[in-house]
Ligand binder design. Structure first.
Ligand SMILES: [Zn+2]
Length: 152
């Protein structure tokens, strides 16, 4: 077969529309026009697929950092409760009575082991919410109410 543009002898031609005229062209010359019956080559398929997919803009991003805020609230929320002077020791004694490691207590409180250790050393004061949580978990009184403290 002969290419109608360059006259080259080729194995097969493709019908190509060039400036309104349909010509039978070799693969090289068909690039200059609009191919009417392109052979199904992987390259052509990939090209049309890429053309069919418009670029996606404005992808949504998942919001994060919620947990972090909760943690910070715990420390900025300075409790109003009056705690017993030895509340850090009470936490440690009660925890050891239950044979819980600081990790175990931390997990139950949804806190890190380091937080538990800081509490037990009096390094940080628990918020009122955390006081209630600890009291409930360890069955211990951290508040200074004299009525519930037996003996002296
Ligand atoms: Zn040609």
């Amino acid at each position: 077969m002969l290419c109608e543009m360059c006259g080259k002898e080729v194995e097969s031609t493709v019908r190509t529309k060039v400036e309104g005229t349909v010509l039978r062209l070799c693969p090289d010359c068909s690039k200059f026009g609009e191919i009417l019956d392109p052979p199904p080559t992987p390259a052509a398929t990939a090209a049309s697929a890429a053309r069919a997919r418009p670029p996606v803009a404005g992808a949504t991003r998942p919001a994060g950092g919620g947990r972090r805020l909760e943690e910070r609230d715990l420390y900025t929320d300075i409790g109003e409760m009056e705690l017993a002077p030895d509340w850090p020791k009470r936490i440690r004694v009660a925890r050891e009575k239950l044979a819980w490691t600081p990790e175990v207590l931390g997990k139950k409180l949804n806190e890190k082991k380091s937080v538990v250790l800081k509490l037990e050393s009096g390094g940080i004061r628990p918020s009122d919410a955390l006081v209630r949580k600890i009291e409930h978990l360890l069955q211990v009184r951290l508040r200074a109410d004299p009525e519930t403290i037996g003996g002296a």
